[in-house]
Every structure is written in C-alpha cells, then in structure tokens.
Design a protein around this ligand. Structure first.
Ligand SMILES: [Zn+2]
Ligand SMILES: [Zn+2]
Length: 380
C-alpha cells in the first residue's frame, strides 16, 4: 500500500557501512563521502548526506532514487533503541465499542509499563520490521507488537497475521502525527521537511512515552476483542429475548383480537337475523290486514266504497295543501297572472289570505291587481 508523499522519502538516519549502526545525518560527512547506505537491508543503496544546507533540512537521499521502506525500517530501529534505553513503554487507553450505544467502553487508562524484552520481528506483507516486546503480568509474560506506520498503513491482513502471536498490536502513528503537524503548519508546510523531522529520536521518545497519546493507538487487542465479543453476545442475546417477547405479545394480542372480531361478527349476525324476522312479521301483518280489509269490503260493499272515497278525499286534500304552498310565492308576484298546472288561474284572498284556484274565489284580479281576489267564504 503506497502513500501520498511518493515512494522515496528523504530520511534522517543512514546505516554506517563501517559499524552497521544508524547514523544521524549531522554526524556523517557531507555528500557521497558519508559512508552510509539505506537502513533497509533489502535496499542497501548508497546514500548521499545533505547536511550543509542553510535552508533545507538536513537529510540523507538515495543516489539511485527509489526506496519505499527505508523510513519505516529506520523508525523501527529507532523505536527498538528508545524502548531498550527507557526500559518502559506507554500503552494507549484500551476500550471496546459497547453495542447498541456505539460508545466506547473503557477497559483501562493509558499507562506506562516496564518492558522485560524487546526485539525486531518481521511482519508478513511489510518490508520493515515491527517491535515485539514482553510485559510481565501475574500470568507470565505477555507479548505485544508495536508497528511504526508512516508511508505504509498497517492493513487488515497484516493485523490478522500478527494477531496469532501476541496479545495486542499498537500503531506508532507517525502518519497521523505528520498529518496533524501539516494541519498546524498550514498550507505553507514543506512535506519533505516534515517527513524528515518526525524521524527523529526525540519524536519517537515522545510517542513511546505517551506524550503524543493521540498517535499511539491499538490496531487490535485480545482483551478488548474478548470483551467486545462478550458484549456483542450479550447484546445479541438481549435482542433475541426482546424479539421473542415481542412475538409472544403480538400472538397474545392476535388471539384477543380474533376473539373480539368473532364476538362482533356473531352479534351482527344475530342482529341481522332479528331484523329479518321482524321484517317478515311486519310483511305478514300488513298482508293479513290487507286481506282482512278486502274481506270486510267484500262483505260490506257500500261502507267499503265510502271508506275508499274518504281515503281518496284525504289524499287529495293533502295534495291540495302542497299545491297551495307551492303556488303562494307565484300568486304573490303581482307582476304577472299566476297559473297552476293545466293553466287554471290562482289567487290570494285579500280578506283571509287563503291561496287557491279560481273555482274557490268569488272575484279575481281585484282593483286591477294581478292575483288578488276574494274567496267564496269571505265574499259570502
Ligand atoms: Zn533504500
Ligand atoms: Zn277569504
């Protein structure tokens, strides 16, 4: 995985051909006479020291030009040197994500612990070493791996391969440190200068003693993983129980609902049955009454007819009342003669106010006013 700064990064330390040790650029002769090669033995190219410039930061450059891992290689060596000298190393705060809340659950604060042994180890997929170190615990030695990360990000596969042989993996975040320094310097930063500056032993000491805590972080930790897994299992169990409870509740409600619907349905059916019975009874009663009336009329022809005539008269009367209501506003309009259905003239009696057809009136259009009349009763 390559970087944002290009493959060939200027470096602060070279490896002395004479001693095999790392040499700071300011401790080497200038130029090709420096007597140093690339700290990465996989590269091993001769370096040129650029340490007499006033403006540009002192550094080693490859004569050949390309080298991907030299910076991380020398950073691992620097880290090992710092850890051995100090005999202690800072372990970052340990936390795992509490599921359901997405909040980190803290396991332990960051703290410095004494280191009983430290060595360079190879990491599958990386051409620069990491540092494996041992911590004494009540249950024996625990092994942890610290990985300098500048140009090449520690990826998932590398973590997976390292995980088998340690209790935890810590990133030494030179990459993130450089990014935050860049932000501090604003847009006029010189990236090569920054890259060289963060390769110093002082910066490595700051990182490994917890003075730059943000840039020392767990890439993986067995304990956090275990706690996280347990939390996840509990969370999953709780969710499952909640789901089961909800399902049971839903089923219970469904049964109640079903019973209620059945009850309503039965009541409606009963009501409909009752209504049908009542209707049948009423129809039967009407038919019986009709039959009885017809039988009586047949037995009493004269009375029967007069009863029928009276019924007809009653109906006509009520029809007449309706006609009077309808005609009243027409009769009261004195601009034109009011006529009922069939063309018959209608009037309003000026004495009693009755509205009716011409045959109920003695005179019509009294005083030359349309529709004003005097009814037979009032005229009599
Ligand atoms: Zn190199
Ligand atoms: Zn009248």
């Amino acid at each position: 995985m390559s970087d944002v700064w290009g493959e060939s990064l200027p470096i602060l330390y070279g490896r002395s051909v004479a001693t095999g040790e790392l040499v700071h650029v300011d401790d080497a002769p200038n130029g090709k006479a420096c007597g140093c090669v690339c700290p990465d033995p996989g590269c091993g190219q001769p370096l040129v020291a650029r340490n007499n410039g006033k403006k540009k930061i002192h550094h080693f450059a490859h004569i050949g030009g390309t080298c991907a891992w030299s910076a991380e290689y020398l950073l691992a060596e620097l880290a090992l040197e710092v850890i051995r000298e100090r005999g202690r190393v800072w372990f970052p705060e340990l936390a795992y994500e509490a599921l359901g809340t997405h909040l980190p659950e803290k396991v332990s604060e960051g703290m410095e612990l004494p280191v009983c042994c430290a060595e360079k180890i190879e990491v599958e997929g990386r051409k620069a070493p990491a540092i494996a170190l041992g911590i004494r615990t009540s249950r024996g030695n625990a092994r942890y791996v610290f990985v300098p990360e500048l140009v090449h990000v520690l990826d998932g596969e590398q973590i997976a391969s390292l995980r088998k042989e340690c209790r935890g993996i810590v990133r030494i975040g030179l990459r993130s440190l450089m990014r935050s320094m860049k932000t501090l310097e604003g847009k006029h930063y010189d990236r090569e200068e920054l890259a060289v500056r963060i390769q110093s032993k002082e910066v490595m000491e700051e990182l490994l003693s917890g003075r730059r805590q943000r840039h020392l972080e767990w890439a993986w930790n067995a304990k956090a993983k275990e706690l996280g897994d347990r939390a996840w299992a509990l969370y999953a169990q709780r969710k499952k129980e909640e789901r089961q409870k909800a399902d049971a509740e839903k089923e219970r409600k469904a049964v109640i609902d079903q019973a209620r619907r059945e009850k309503v349905r039965l009541a409606a059916a009963k009501r409909a049955e009752k209504e049908r019975a009542q209707l049948a009874q009423a129809t039967k009663a009407t038919a019986e009454r009709e039959a009885a009336r017809e039988a009586w009329e047949e037995a009493h022809p004269v009375q029967g007819r007069s009863i029928r005539d009276e019924a007809r008269r009653q109906k006509a009367l009520s029809d007449m009342d309706r006609a009077r209501e309808i005609m009243a506003p027409i009769v009261d309009d004195a601009r034109r003669p009011a006529r009922g259905l069939g063309g018959k003239r209608w009037y309003r009696c000026e004495k009693c106010g009755k509205v009716g057809p011409a045959d109920e009136f003695a005179v019509g259009d009294v005083g030359g006013v349309w529709n004003r009349g005097v009814c037979l009763e009032c005229a009599g």
